[in-house]
Design a protein around this ligand. Structure first.
Ligand code: APR
Ligand code: PHB
Length: 388
């Protein structure tokens, strides 16, 4: 088989890239290791930057998001000293959208099917070859038969554990990492959310977050030790802990119910450089991971894909400036989001070795944010998403 762009990984990055390229007349094949049901069922964050909203609309997958998503123009920061709202819309002129990644994946699958997009799932042993030549190819097997795809470009959208990043020679690849000494225990429940605004709470017992998907679907998180197991957390224990970490004004309004999903995610920051080597480009989690504070993971994947789409369209039109500049351009935005989510994580969480000095620094940071329009603007323009 031959295609112009072979995309390894059919998560949000791979599906969106194939959708955008197809609409621009560029042929793609997506190779995905898991089943479609598995990819469609993954529960992740649900907060879109304004740029992500615009990119999804440009990809022709914005209709359901615009109908069912919840436009979001502010964020609440809470602590033992009270809570305050940052008016993102007033400070930046832009707003976010609350719309789950699960829904985005469903929209992308429908759009790909409607265009007869080629997504080959449940593939094994995917391996790129000849990436340092002008004519790479990818081999894989499915159902015991081996296949080969010849292509012009290989795009690694295969997440943190994928094969693509490992193809960059070790003397070229440089990685940067920060592992945080805690995780997030997340619960999805069919209960009315306590607030229509997303609430980030700093508390001596640890961080807590109140988020939502719709009028009858709430998403809450509490910080837990990195080695906690989800089986050790009953629903009752979760709700008790969440309430303890919120100001009374909020905890009194929490409506509890059975969890329909409960999981623990570790927190890490990770960047791989460069994001292009020969005929391979990386996008999304294959190249970088952020801690979930601020929900930048999916949004960074979308901005990478937007840059890559523009670069590949120009390349097939005879102009290589975009593809030659892809890595530097993407990494410039990636590092700003890495810095923001590191700062937001550091400001809002309880670290195991945190002393009274550290606590006062966090309190002072929040007090400054509450009182200073300049500080709020710094948060707001990053939270709503830096321009592409
Ligand atoms: N061959 C084929 N597919 C692979 C391989 C492989 N060797 N390794 C991994 N994959 C697939 C995974 O099964 C997964 O479906 O690549 C996909 C990668 O998807 P994500 O990990 O979701 O990464 P990405 O599409 O970049 O999405 C980034 O979405 O999933 C969230 O936390 C993530 O918010 C971040 C954003
Ligand atoms: C979520 O809704 O899952 C969410 C929202 C905001 C975050 C992280 C996760 O910062």
């Amino acid at each position: 088989m031959r295609t112009q762009v072979c995309i390894i990984g059919g998560g949000p990055s791979g599906l969106l890239l194939s959708q955008l390229l197809h609409r621009s007349g560029i042929d793609t094949v997506v190779l995905e290791a898991r089943s479609r049901a598995y990819v469609a069922g993954r529960i992740r964050a649900g907060l879109l930057e304004w740029g992500s909203v615009e990119t999804l609309r440009a990809a022709g997958v914005g209709a359901r998001m615009d109908r069912d998503g919840i436009p979001d123009d502010g964020v609440v920061l809470a602590s033992q000293h009270g809570d305050f709202r940052i008016d993102i819309k007033a400070l930046t002129g832009k707003r976010m959208m609350i719309y789950g990644q699960t829904e985005i994946t469903a929209d992308l699958f429908s759009a790909r099917d409607a265009m007869n997009g080629v997504i080959i799932d449940e593939v094994e042993g995917v391996r790129p070859h000849g990436l340092d030549t002008g004519a790479p190819h990818v081999t894989y097997s499915k159902g015991g038969t081996s296949y080969r795809i010849d292509c012009d470009w290989v795009i690694g959208c295969d997440g943190y554990h994928g094969v693509s990043r490992t193809c960059i020679p070790s003397d070229t690849l440089k990685t940067f990492e920060r592992i945080y000494p805690f995780g997030w225990l997340g619960v999805l429940s069919e209960t009315p959310p306590v607030s229509r605004k997303i609430v980030y709470a700093n508390h001596p017992r640890g961080f807590a977050l109140c988020s939502l998907r719709n009028e009858m679907l709430s998403r809450y998180y509490v910080q837990v030790p990195a080695d906690d197991a989800v089986v050790g957390w009953s629903d009752d224990a979760f709700w008790d802990e969440l309430r303890r970490r919120l100001p009374d004004s909020l905890s009194d309004g929490i409506v509890t119910g059975p969890s329909i999903e409960k999981s623990i995610a570790p927190l890490r920051s990770f960047v791989a450089e460069p994001m292009r080597w020969g005929r391979l480009c990386l996008a999304g989690d294959a190249a970088h991971i952020v801690p979930p504070t601020g929900a930048k993971g999916l949004n960074l994947a979308i901005s990478d894909v937007s840059y890559l789409h523009d670069a590949l369209v120009a390349h097939f039109g005879g102009d290589d400036a975009g593809i030659d500049g892809y890595s530097a351009r993407a990494l410039n935005r990636v590092w700003k989001a890495i810095r923001f989510s590191w700062w937001f994580t550091s400001t809002m969480h309880r670290f195991p070795d945190q002393n009274d000095f550290d606590q006062r620094i966090q309190d002072s940071e929040l007090a400054y944010l509450e009182a200073s329009a300049a500080a709020q603007t710094v948060l707001a323009e990053q939270y709503v998403g830096l321009p592409y």
